[in-house]
Design a protein around this ligand. Structure first.
Ligand code: SF4
Length: 443
C-alpha cells in the first residue's frame, strides 16, 4: 500500500480542504503516515498571506525533500497561485494545483491532466470537496464560503481565491449531518468572508437562518463561527444567538485599525463608528459573549496618533483575544504602493506596546470570568483515577483546564460543566460540576 502524508499551512479553510483531500486520497488506497518521513506522496497545502508565511512553506518543502527522497510532492493552496516560479524550481514538486482545482488533487494523482484555471475564478466546482470527519480533532471545520469580493488594499486573498462564492444550503446541512453522525458535537463554520455567505445565491442576511437549521440537526450541540465582519451583527443575527445557547457566543471580528483614516487607506468597508455600534449591540444583548479581533500594526500612513487610537479602541471594546500582525507589503496589492511606509523599527516598537496592552486585556478579561459556569468541550481528556487535568474549549471560546476531585474519567469529546476559579496564563482553571450538560442545551 503506498503511503502519504499531509502538511497544512494557514487558515481554517486550508485545514478543511486538506481534510477533504486526505479522505479522497485514502479512498484511492493510500495509507496515511503520522510522520512525514519515507512516504511515497506528500501533499502540501500552502499559505502565502504574508511574506514570512511563504518563506516557511519553501523551508518546509526543502526539509521534506531531504526526509522523503522518493516522494512525489504536490503543492496546492495559495502559494501555488502566487509563487509558481519559485516552486517550479524544486524538482521533487511534481504538481502545482491552484485553489480552483484543489478538488481535483485525487484525479491528478491518478493521471488526469490539470486544466487552465485562470478564467474560472467564479467556478462552483470548489465545493466539490467534502468531508465526513476531522482527523485528530474534537471540533470539525465546515466550509460554507470561499473567495472574497472586498479587495482590501493590503490583502492578496481575492487574487488567490477568486470571487466570493457561497456553498449551497443543502450540501452544508448534509455535511453537518455527516459530521454529527460521526460524533462531532461542534462545527466551526469557516469561510474567507462569512458575512458574504448567501449574497451570490440571492440570499440577504441568510446566516441567522442557516445557523438555526444547523442547530436542528440531531447531535450537533454547538455551532461556532470562525471570523465574522461587523456588518453581520443585525438584530436577527444577534437574536438567533440570544435564543439558542448552542450558538457559541464567541465572535472574532477583525478591526484592523482604530483610525478612520487608516481604515479608509485599507479600503475596509466600515467606519469606527459603525464598528463600535455593532460591538456595543453585542455587549448589550449578549453580555457573556467573548470578543476577539485582528489588528495590523504599522500600516502605511499610520502615525503615532493613529496607533494610539487603535490602542484606545482595543481597551474600550475590551477584546479578550487580539491577533496582532505587523504590516508586511505584498506584491500586487495597492497598499504596497501607498506612501508613508512606517519604518521597521517604529513598527516593531508599536508591536511591543500593542502586545503589552493585549496581554493586560486578556488577563483582565479572563479574571472577570472567575465564578462563571461554562460548558467545556474536552479536547484532552484525563483518564480515570489520574491527577491529570482535562483541557477543552468553552462555548465562549475560553481555554479551560478542568480539575476533578473525584476519580472519574473526563473523556475527550464529552461536554462538561465547569466552574471557573483561577486564571492560568491564557487559560482558566475550573472545577468539574457535572459530567455531561447536553440535556441543558436550549432547543
Ligand atoms: S475582507 Fe479584505 S482582508 Fe478579508 S479576505 Fe477580503 S480582501 Fe482580504
Amino acid at each position: 500500500m503506498p503511503s502519504c502524508a499531509f502538511v497544512t499551512f494557514g487558515c481554517k479553510i486550508n485545514q478543511y480542504d486538506t481534510q477533504a483531500i486526505r479522505e479522497e486520497i485514502i479512498d484511492l488506497g493510500y495509507s496515511e503516515s503520522g510522520e512525514a518521513e519515507g512516504v511515497d506522496l506528500l501533499v502540501v497545502n500552502s499559505c502565502t498571506v504574508t511574506e514570512r508565511a511563504g518563506e516557511k512553506v519553501v523551508e518546509k518543502i526543502r526539509s521534506l525533500t531531504r526526509k522523503n527522497p522518493n516522494a512525489r510532492i504536490i503543492v496546492t493552496g495559495c502559494m501555488s497561485e502566487t509563487d509558481r516560479l519559485r516552486l517550479e524550481k524544486i524538482p521533487e514538486v511534481v504538481h502545482l494545483i491552484g485553489n480552483e482545482e484543489k478538488h481535483r488533487v485525487a484525479e491528478v494523482i491518478q493521471g488526469e491532466p490539470l486544466l487552465d484555471t485562470k478564467p474560472k475564478r467564479r467556478s462552483r466546482d470548489i465545493f466539490n470537496l467534502k468531508i465526513s470527519g476531522f482527523e485528530g480533532r474534537t471540533r470539525a471545520f465546515l466550509k460554507i464560503q470561499d473567495g472574497c469580493d472586498s479587495f482590501c488594499s493590503y490583502c492578496i486573498i481575492p487574487y488567490m481565491r477568486g470571487a466570493s462564492r457561497s456553498r449551497d444550503h443543502g450540501p452544508v446541512l448534509e455535511e453537518a449531518r455527516r459530521l454529527a453522525a460521526a460524533g462531532f458535537s461542534e462545527v466551526v463554520l469557516t469561510g474567507i468572508h462569512l458575512r458574504q455567505w448567501g449574497l451570490d445565491l440571492g440570499i440577504e442576511d441568510g446566516l441567522a437562518a442557516l445557523l438555526g437549521d444547523l442547530r436542528r440537526i440531531e447531535g450537533l450541540e454547538r455551532v461556532r463561527l470562525s471570523s465574522i465582519g461587523e456588518g453581520a451583527f443585525t438584530k436577527a443575527f444577534i437574536d438567533a444567538f440570544r435564543a439558542d445557547l448552542g450558538l457559541c457566543r464567541f465572535f472574532h471580528v477583525p478591526l484592523q485599525s482604530g483610525s478612520d483614516k487608516i481604515l479608509d487607506r485599507m479600503r475596509r468597508d466600515y467606519s469606527i463608528e459603525k464598528f463600535v455600534e455593532a460591538m456595543e449591540r453585542v455587549r448589550d444583548r449578549l453580555p457573556d459573549a467573548v470578543l476577539a479581533t485582528d489588528v495590523i500594526v504599522g500600516f502605511p500612513g499610520e502615525t503615532e496618533a493613529d496607533f494610539c487610537l487603535t490602542l484606545q479602541l482595543l481597551e474600550r471594546l475590551q477584546f479578550l483575544k487580539v491577533h496582532l500582525f505587523p504590516y508586511s507589503p505584498r506584491p500586487r496589492t495597492s497598499a504596497a504602493r501607498l506612501d508613508g511606509h512606517v519604518p521597521p523599527e517604529t513598527r516593531a516598537k508599536r508591536m511591543v506596546r500593542a502586545r503589552e496592552l493585549c496581554q493586560q486585556l486578556q488577563q483582565r478579561g479572563l479574571e472577570s470570568r472567575i465564578g462563571d459556569r461554562v460548558q467545556v468541550l474536552i479536547e484532552k481528556g484525563s483518564p480515570r483515577g489520574s491527577t491529570m487535568v482535562a483541557e477543552g474549549l468553552s462555548r465562549e471560546g475560553l481555554r479551560v483546564l478542568v480539575e476533578s476531585s473525584s476519580a472519574i474519567e473526563i473523556e475527550r469529546g464529552s461536554e462538561v460543566e465547569a466552574l471557573l476559579h483561577q486564571r492560568e496564563g491564557a487559560a482558566i482553571r475550573a472545577h468539574l460540576q457535572s459530567e455531561s450538560v447536553r440535556e441543558r442545551v436550549a432547543p
